[in-house]
Design a protein around this ligand. Structure first.
Ligand code: CA
Length: 228
C-alpha cells in the first residue's frame, strides 16, 4: 500500500481526492497549508506527494524547492490553476516530477500517480541490462539503439526518450501533457502537438504499417499507450 501526502487547502477537492485515493487502496495523509506540508513531507515516508501551488503560509513552489534542497526525493505531482504556465516551468525546474492543471480528470491523476510509483519501484537495470525484443523490434537502452528486422533505425534523441518513457510505462495510458512533461520538460515549451508529431514519426519508423499501429496506440480522449 502506497502512502500519499496531499498538500491542498481546498476542502472540497481534499475530500474528493481523499475518498477516491482511499478507494484505490492508497493511504492518504492531508496537509492543509504549505508549512505543514513541508514538515510532513520532510519527516514522513511518502511514496508520492500531491502538491498544490496556491497554499496558505507557504506556496507550493517554495515547498518543492525546500524539499529538494533538503534532499527529499519523493516524487512530487504539482497541481495548479489553468494558465499558470510560468509556474509549470518553475515547478519542474525546482524539482517537481509532474504537473497537472485544475480541473483534472481523476483517472488522469491516478494514472500519473501510478507512473511515479512504478518509476520508484522499477529498478533502472530492468531495462538497462539487455535489449528488449518486441516483435521485429530490438530496443537497446544501453546503447541507445533501435533495430527493426535487424536494421538499425535512426531516431532523434527526443524520439528515443519518448519511446523509452512509453516502453517503461508499457500498458499505461499516457496523456500528451504527461509525455510533454517527461520528455521535453522545461527545456522548451512546445505544444502538445509536438507530441503528436513525434508519435507519428516513431510510428513511421517502428511500426510495420503506421496507419495501423500495433505498439504505439492512440487512446482517444486521453493520449497514447505502448503495448508489446
Ligand atoms: Ca490551493
Amino acid at each position: 500500500m502506497a502512502n500519499i501526502l496531499l498538500v491542498e487547502d481546498e476542502e472540497g477537492l481534499v475530500m474528493t481526492l481523499q475518498d477516491r485515493l482511499a478507494d484505490e487502496g492508497y493511504k492518504v495523509e492531508i496537509a492543509s497549508d504549505g508549512q505543514l506540508g513541508l514538515e510532513k513531507a520532510a519527516s514522513g515516508s511518502f511514496d508520492v506527494i500531491i502538491l498544490d501551488l496556491m497554499l496558505p503560509k507557504k506556496g507550493g513552489l517554495d515547498v518543492c524547492r525546500d524539499l529538494r534542497q533538503a534532499g527529499v526525493e519523493t516524487p512530487i505531482i504539482m497541481l495548479t490553476a489553468k494558465g499558470q504556465v510560468i509556474d509549470k516551468v518553475l515547478g519542474l525546474k525546482l524539482g517537481a516530477n509532474d504537473y497537472m492543471q485544475k480541473p483534472f480528470e481523476m483517472m488522469e491523476l491516478l494514472a500519473r500517480i501510478e507512473v511515479q510509483l512504478r518509476k520508484k519501484t522499477q529498478p533502472k537495470s530492468l531495462l538497462g541490462n539487455s535489449a528488449l525484443e518486441i516483435g521485429e523490434l530490438t530496443i537497446d537502452f544501453n546503447n541507445i539503439e533501435v533495430k527493426k528486422g535487424g536494421e538499425v533505425i535512426s531516431l532523434s534523441s527526443k524520439e528515443f526518450q519518448l519511446l523509452r518513457f512509453m516502453v517503461e510505462n508499457e500498458g499505461m495510458i499516457l496523456s500528451r501533457d504527461q509525455l510533454l512533461n517527461e520528455v521535453w520538460g522545461y527545456d522548451a515549451l512546445p505544444s502538445t502537438r509536438t507530441v503528436d508529431v513525434h508519435i507519428a514519426w516513431l510510428r513511421q519508423k517502428l511500426e510495420k504499417d503506421s496507419r495501423y499501429p500495433k505498439h504505439i496506440l492512440t487512446v482517444h480522449g486521453f493520449g497514447y499507450k505502448f503495448v508489446k
